[in-house]
Unconditional design. Structure first.
Length: 519
């Protein structure tokens, strides 16, 4: 008898895979199966997938092997190309594309990507860039140092060219210490951050809460720190306003325009052999007394918190106030709360305390041009170190000596949010910005002892300094850059930084789209 529900063999064959003798497996053509790229960069892997029977069901991509896991980005289930962002580990990576049809017939092809390390592919180019930049500025610049921390398992490039001492032809090295000028403001802010972390003060703590009348120089009161239209309100100035430079107080450093300012007096003393009245060290009490006596805090134009007005006065007033409040010198506070916890073994306050580490700092030059407000006797390109200029007046706002590695320790801790534990303070450091300038292709703002520049597709957050120094975190590259050329009037440090940013963008480091312009 004929069984019930009998399915004919031909029908069974039509329902099962592999029985259709006329069906063909998908076809994959790969024009470039082998690739070479740099770690952290992005590349496209492309195949041409076809199916003679028009039965293609899906395309799958996967990583087969490699030193680390890459990031694969595919749009849709029939995408014939894939964006691969390589991880930070160099080596051979194998990726596979698999095409399946509705009959479960499949075809596979593989791509081999050899990932070069940053040391191999990028470091030599940075060496050349630094050397080329220096060669174009040797007339003014004694030497250049630079560091780029890629934020990848401590991967750091360092470079140094030129001389620590031009006359004796002593080569400059990556660990030679140098004056960091206004980058000191950011390090000095670390003391304030530490005290806020401990709950000792807040960003809204006022000068009147930190300083008593007995702490003030003779003849002055706390309210004298801010006088506008005859109204005194110095005691109301907050820690936040001193950090973001919105107290309304002008800069006590004149940049050689005021004959009575500490900087002009110090330069004249060194160049002309005058200045018997200059103190051996401009310690904090003398600095505060000087700026009050010279009327720096009188007849101001802005209310506290109203407008950014950059200068050294704010940092020095805050540092001096913290001395009065804690009963410790600011040099001691810096050591205990910043250098020691972070392992900054080569950082100290120049001319205020003994050197830590190498005491042979690089020569610093100031090419003082022939301008109307500067006394003619000061014109020329001067070696500040050889002349022995007493720059102790720079103090908390600009007087620290450090190295590129010590600075990297500090800015790494700051940018990775390990310097500060208080989440609200960390948020304020990241988000509090006072606008300074905004144009079509550039904007500038200042925060809690940090400057932010946004220009041509990248953002730089850090601080620069008078002696030709800069330290910043650069996004979207996620790198920390520290550069020093030790000459006040040369832009060679920025030429190097812009060149390095352009180079890393064009190479596609961390998968970043190339910039249109370097400046």
């Amino acid at each position: 008898m004929k069984p019930k529900n009998l399915v004919l063999p031909g029908l069974i064959c039509s329902l099962l895979t592999g029985c259709n003798d006329d069906n063909h497996a998908p076809n994959i053509e790969v024009a470039q199966p082998n690739h070479s790229a740099i770690v952290t960069t992005q590349l496209s892997l492309t195949a041409v997938v076809s199916d003679k029977d028009n039965n293609l069901q899906d395309i799958k991509w996967r990583q087969i092997s490699g030193p680390d896991q890459a990031t694969l980005e595919v749009d849709g289930n029939k995408d014939q190309s894939i964006e691969v962002t390589l991880p930070a580990k160099a080596g051979e990576y194998i990726f596979e594309i698999e095409a399946n049809d509705i009959w479960r017939l499949k075809e596979k092809s593989r791509f081999i990507v050899t990932a070069q390390s940053l040391e191999e592919a990028v470091f030599p180019q940075l060496d050349k860039l630094l050397s080329d930049t220096y060669s174009e500025s040797t007339e003014l610049v004694p030497g250049m140092q630079a560091l780029i921390d890629f934020g990848i398992e401590g991967l750091v490039w360092r470079g140094a060219v030129g001389y620590r001492d031009k006359d004796d032809r002593v080569p400059l090295s990556v660990d030679t210490p140098f004056r960091i000028a206004s980058i000191s403001k950011t390090l000095s802010a670390g003391v304030t951050f530490s005290l806020i972390d401990e709950g000792v003060i807040t960003l809204d703590t006022t000068l009147a809460e930190l300083v008593s009348e007995s702490d003030m120089p003779k003849g002055y009161q706390v309210e004298d720190f801010h006088v506008l239209n005859g109204v005194k309100r110095g005691g109301a100035i907050t820690v936040r306003q001193l950090l973001d430079q919105t107290s309304g107080i002008e800069d006590f450093v004149s940049y050689l325009s005021d004959l009575n300012a500490p900087d002009t007096r110090s330069f004249q003393a060194a160049l002309l052999g005058t200045g018997e009245d200059i103190p051996a060290v401009w310690h904090s009490d003398l600095l505060i007394e000087d700026l009050l006596r010279r009327g720096i805090t009188q007849s101001l134009d802005n209310m506290p918190g109203e407008q950014h007005l950059y200068g050294n006065s704010n940092t020095d007033i805050l540092a001096w106030a913290l001395e009065q409040y804690t009963g410790k010198s600011f040099e001691q506070l810096l050591y205990e709360r910043v250098y020691l916890p972070l392992g900054m073994n080569n950082t100290y306050m120049d001319q205020h305390e003994p050197a830590r580490g190498d005491d042979k700092i690089v020569e610093h030059y100031f090419n003082i041009s022939d301008v109307e407000h500067v006394p003619p006797a000061l014109h020329g390109n001067h070696n500040i170190v050889a002349l022995g200029v007493n720059t102790s007046f720079a103090w908390a706002g600009g007087g620290l000596v450090s190295t590129i590695d010590d600075l990297n320790l500090y800015f790494t801790a700051l940018h990775q949010r390990t310097l500060v534990q208080d989440p609200k303070l960390n948020e304020a450091i990241q988000s509090h910005w006072m606008p300074i300038f905004s144009g079509e292709n550039m904007s500038q703002s200042y925060g809690l002892a940090l400057a932010k520049y946004q220009m041509n597709g990248f953002t730089s957050v850090g601080h620069s300094g008078f002696w030709g120094v800069n330290a910043a975190m650069v996004e979207p590259l996620g790198i920390r850059v520290i550069t020093a050329n030790h000459q006040v009037v040369s832009d060679s440090l920025y030429d190097f930084e812009y060149g390095a940013i352009q180079l890393l963008h064009n190479l596609g480091i961390k998968g970043v789209t190339p910039l249109v312009s370097s400046k």
